[in-house]
Design a protein around this ligand. Structure first.
Ligand SMILES: Nc1ncnc2c1ncn2[C@@H]1O[C@H](COP(=O)(O)OP(=O)(O)OP(=O)(O)O)[C@@H](O)[C@H]1O
Length: 379
């Protein structure tokens, strides 16, 4: 049944789709204002065929507005949207060739699951029925084809909405926070299902989310937005490990921000700790400071003081949080300028080092884990 579906899903494994890096969607200098508020300020973005791109950012940064421009549900003030080589900027939604799923399931309450899925289909009845059966099978809802939306769980309703969005075999799938109304376990499961479906169908997908974990686990590339602008476009690993701006570093994941001071031509001073200084520095503030950024998981705990071959510091454990697979320690580190530092450690380290509150531990900061940013008020 799934093969039937692949046969009529036109983007899937067609000759066109064999060039995965071909641009499918090109957004060029797109701007949008609502009254005095600039919501999109010159957005440039290229999405390739078969790619899964997440628009990630805090509430109000313009993610949904950008998705709505692509869908034609709103028109930009300036700029261009080219889809599959066709300028669609001024075209109505019906002429744009996409399927869309919203946060609210938006199913027709008076239609069964099967009829909801088949709503937009045209052609002979037998062909429509076959497509509906294929879609039901694809999302594992065969058993509930005759139920009404009110008889379904939230997760089931969202899968029906997904099948309906795919029913007309669109070239582009738009997802606007499709999982945010669901509970954590269902959300986790549907993440995998959507990703697998997207991969099977090779359908170009753009998903709006404010959930960084969702973006990191699902996207091929993430577009981080802030105040109507794109801060960074990159793979999940690039966004997490090489944040281009302090906004991206603060918004995605947890981090330690430590005041440091460039000294001479080749050193950085972090409290009593002297570190090598990179050739290029960010701008230095009036107090002669910059900020050193590192992730909590990069802080290393050593079983003994001092540890051989590394510059270590003593830290007092002020608080311990269990975050499921890891423990997060809140450390007071006098030698690094009285700064509070977060350190994430695994259960094995936690138990072998018999970690407890108010204990004194030895820590170090690997050079490779550090990034430097201009000191300024945090977002
Ligand atoms: N039709 C509209 N009229 C006026 N202002 C609007 C309109 N639509 C959106 N806005 C404003 O534009 C800004 C961006 O909204 P948008 O919905 O794109 O943000 P978002 O990043 O998707 O946020 P969220 O995650 O909360 O949905 C917000 O300040 C919002 O209030």
């Amino acid at each position: 049944m799934k093969n039937d579906l692949l046969a009529w899903m036109k983007p899937a494994h067609s000759q066109e789709a064999e060039t995965p890096q071909a641009p499918f969607l090109a957004i060029d200098q797109l701007s949008k204002r609502f009254g005095a508020l600039t919501v999109l300020a010159g957005i440039d973005l290229v999405v390739h065929k078969g790619e899964f791109v997440c628009l990630l950012g805090p509430s109000g940064c313009g993610k949904t507005t950008l998705l709505r421009q692509v869908a034609g549900l709103d028109r930009p003030d300036s700029g261009r949207i080219v889809m599959n080589g066709r300028d669609v900027t001024q075209l109505p939604p019906g002429q744009r060739d996409y399927g869309i799923v919203f946060q609210s399931y938006a199913l027709f309450p008076n239609l069964t699951v099967a009829d909801n899925i088949g709503y937009g289909l045209q052609g002979p009845r037998a062909t429509r029925q076959q497509r509906i059966r294929s879609l039901l099978s694809l999302i594992n809802l065969d058993a509930i084809a005759d139920r009404y939306p009110a008889q379904l769980s939230g997760g089931q309703q969202q899968r029906v909405a997904l099948a309906r969005a795919l029913a007309t075999s669109p070239s582009l799938l738009l997802l606007d926070e499709p999982l945010s109304a669901l509970d954590a376990q269902v959300r986790q499961h549907l993440r995998q299902e959507i990703k697998a479906l997207q991969h099977t169908l090779n359908i170009t997908t753009i998903m709006v989310t404010h959930d960084q974990e969702e973006a990191l686990t699902m996207a091929d590339r993430i577009v981080v937005m802030h105040q109507g602008r794109i801060e960074q476009i990159g793979t999940p690993a690039e966004i997490y490990h090489q944040p281009a701006t302090r906004f991206v570093a603060s918004f995605v994941g947890q981090g330690n921000w430590l005041h440091a001071r460039p000294v001479g031509n080749d050193q950085l001073q972090l409290g009593e700790l002297t570190l090598p200084r990179p050739a290029v520095l960010p701008p230095i503030n009036a107090q002669g400071q910059i900020e050193l950024f590192c992730r909590p998981e990069h802080i290393v705990l050593h079983p003994n003081w001092p540890a051989a071959g590394v510059a270590t510091a003593l830290a007092d454990i002020q608080r311990i949080e269990l975050l499921g697979p890891i423990y997060r320690l809140h450390l007071h580190v006098p030698a690094w300028g009285q700064q509070t530092v977060l350190a994430d450690i695994g259960h094995q380290t936690f138990f072998t080092q018999a970690i407890a509150r108010q204990q004194r531990v030895t820590i170090s900061l690997p050079d490779a884990s550090q990034l430097l940013f201009e000191s300024e008020p945090r977002p």
